[in-house]
Design a protein around this ligand. Structure first.
Ligand code: CO
Length: 134
């Protein structure tokens, strides 16, 4: 079921400072900030040879990452995203195995214009997992 690692998402308190670390210190290709009001975040995309890093910063009053940053003041890994060939089949198979899908269980369009779902961290080794239609 599980395919490529699509990205690792890191919540950061200072998007410009985090972008500079990846661009200037680590020498990565770093995008300009992209506001995503529907997701309550501003995202910076970092392309690595084999995967992506996404820097997330809260946008708006009800950002889903605000509480995470309140607990992790210097930032931290927020979720990992794995690709699946068929997101609905993956969802149904995971639910049949007792895994919890967050929200209403219907895929939403994610940062790459593809359907995504989030899975409960307590079911996946303490890590919030995003699955994305490949
Ligand atoms: Co993500």
């Amino acid at each position: 079921m599980i395919g490529r690692l699509n990205h690792v998402a890191i919540a950061v308190p200072d998007l410009a400072a985090a972008s500079a670390i990846y661009r200037d210190t680590l020498g990565a290709k770093v995008s300009a900030p992209v506001p995503m009001p529907a997701h309550g975040v501003t995202t910076v995309f970092i392309e690595l040879p084999n995967t992506k890093i996404e820097l997330l910063h809260p946008l708006g009053d009800n950002s889903p990452i605000a509480a995470f940053l309140a607990r992790n003041a210097s930032g931290g890994i927020h979720h990992v995203c794995y690709e699946v060939d068929d997101i609905l089949a993956a969802r149904d198979k995971l639910k049949a195995q007792g895994m919890r899908v967050l929200g209403d269980g219907e895929p939403k369009i994610g940062a790459h214009d593809k359907p995504v779902l989030f899975l409960h961290p307590k079911d996946f080794c303490g890590t919030l997992v995003e699955i994305e239609q490949a």
